[in-house]
Design a protein around this ligand. Structure first.
Ligand SMILES: [Zn+2]
Ligand SMILES: [Zn+2]
Length: 143
């Protein structure tokens, strides 16, 4: 089973909160992450601790950063989400509805299925909201 399929929705949201909260100078504080997740600090800390155990987040003096593995995992998640959004758009959903529909499936899809969907969609370069979609594995480095 792929790493992404083992993550909970809350864990993905926590990765996103850390990415948004950290700067080149310092990691995201627990309060920043908790606020972004709209949960109390002890609950946010539980998610951070689980992500640290998976080597997706590193914590130093109370501040959290994504590891290289965490960044790669989040990029892969965003690819799943955006390919799913594009699929739903091609099926006729409004751009707004594609986001919620994609949230229902993005974590469950395997990388292989996402690549197949991407190919079937004609390899879209952006999601319906204009965010970039990373190329398929088979096309990376192919120009
Ligand atoms: Zn593709
Ligand atoms: Zn989007």
């Amino acid at each position: 089973m792929e790493l992404l399929e083992r993550l909970s929705r809350r864990q993905v949201q926590t990765l996103i909160a850390v990415q948004r909260g950290e700067t080149p100078e310092r990691g995201a504080s627990l309060n920043e992450v908790a606020r972004a997740l709209r949960m109390r600090a002890p609950s946010a800390l539980e998610h951070l601790t689980a992500l640290e155990a998976l080597h997706l987040v590193s914590r130093f003096r109370g501040k959290s950063r994504l590891t290289a593995r965490g960044q790669a995992c989040l990029a892969e998640y965003q690819r799943h989400h955006r390919v799913a959004e594009s699929l739903f758009q091609q099926l006729g959903l409004s751009a707004k509805d594609t986001h919620l529909a994609a949230l229902e499936v993005d974590l469950a899809l395997s990388h292989q299925t996402v690549d197949r969907l991407c190919a079937a969609e004609g390899h879209p370069q952006e999601c319906p909201h204009g965010a970039p979609i990373a190329p398929c594995r088979s096309r990376r480095g192919a120009g």
